[in-house]
Write a protein that binds this ligand. Structure first.
Ligand SMILES: Nc1ncnc2c1ncn2[C@@H]1O[C@H](COP(=O)(O)OP(=O)(O)OP(=O)(O)O)[C@@H](O)[C@H]1O
Ligand SMILES: [Mg+2]
Length: 272
């Protein structure tokens, strides 16, 4: 599992993109990283993947410092998959099949198994029709779904999702939520960044709030979102279920369906 100790990262000498970051991903099964534009989320993910190297501090994966040699990074990427914020960054081959197959071939998976895994992963993202398409024929949201299929096919232990639903339509967003829940139930650890507070509130159990490269709050999801001031300080919004709790004095529901159940029970008890 990842543990980050006193990490600082500077792109340029006199300004820090990340400052004094301490994180422990064993604190939850689905970890949320939230923060406004420029708060450092993508920079953090790229540090975790070994694409960027901390200016100071350390990142431990399975109790060992990240190893930045070619072999060390190969091993890291066998265990950890990432869906980049920009799907273009992830695409190496012109055809969807070859692009997904690339990472699987790289870790020595048998061609027959590759075929099966690619089909399954594309079905999961509702993208089986893209299988033989050139990637440049796809829309932004379709490319994003192919990128997600790519990490599903890798069967990593940890999956980092940087804004996985940005630019997706509601059906695709719900598909991604289902995929995250399926991965979680299989024991895969998920780390997700998003500007969609309802999404984070719905699927995460532990959340870190970033503001200008620093962690200003962290904790269990319901405790983090109850701290309105911190959420606004980070330039974010409360999830709608938390707003109902704050403004209408309703109980704090974790899911939309809990609210409807509560409502039904209240109406029934008033009518009787
Ligand atoms: N390649 C780069 N060179 C210099 N500065 C950069 C570079 N990439 C990012 N930064 C700076 O680092 C800071 C953090 O950027 P980052 O992309 O990590 O933010 P983010 O939280 O992912 O934002 P968003 O919500 O827009 O995706 C910003 O101030 C940004 O300007
Ligand atoms: Mg980003």
């Amino acid at each position: 599992m990842f543990k980050i100790n006193d990490l600082n990262y500077k792109y340029e000498k006199d300004s820090s993109a990340l400052e004094n970051i301490n994180m422990d991903f064993s604190k939850g099964n689905v970890i949320g990283i939230i923060g406004s534009n420029g708060s450092g989320k993508s920079t953090l993910f790229m540090n975790l993947m070994g694409i960027l190297k901390p200016t100071s501090g350390s990142i431990l994966f399975k109790d060992e410092n990240l190893n930045y040699t070619k072999k060390g990074l190969y091993n890291l990427r066998k265990g950890v998959g990432i869906v980049f914020q920009d799907p273009e960054k992830q695409i190496f081959y012109s055809k969807v099949y070859d692009d997904i197959a690339f990472s699987l071939r790289n870790i020595g998976i048998d061609e027959e198994i590759i075929k099966l895994r690619i089909r399954e992963a594309l079905i999961a993202v509702n993208g089986i029709d893209f299988i033989n398409k050139p990637i440049h024929f796809l829309s932004y949201g379709q490319k994003k779904r192919v990128a997600i299929a790519s990490v599903i096919a890798m069967e990593n232990e940890i999956v980092l999702l940087d804004e996985p639903t940005a630019g997706l339509d509601p059906i695709s967003t719900n598909l991604i939520i289902d995929i995250i829940n399926t991965l979680k139930n299989k024991g895969v650890k998920i780390v997700i960044s998003s500007h969609d507070m309802n999404l984070i509130y719905g699927i995460c159990d532990y959340v870190y709030v970033l503001n200008k490269g620093r962690i200003i709050e962290d904790g269990k999801v319901e405790n983090v979102f109850i701290n309105e001031e911190r959420i606004y300080q980070a330039g974010l919004e409360l999830p709608w279920l938390v707003k109902l709790h704050k403004n209408m004095k309703l109980p704090l529901f974790r899911e939309e369906k809990d609210l409807y159940k509560y409502w039904e029970c209240s109406v029934l008890s008033t009518n009787n």
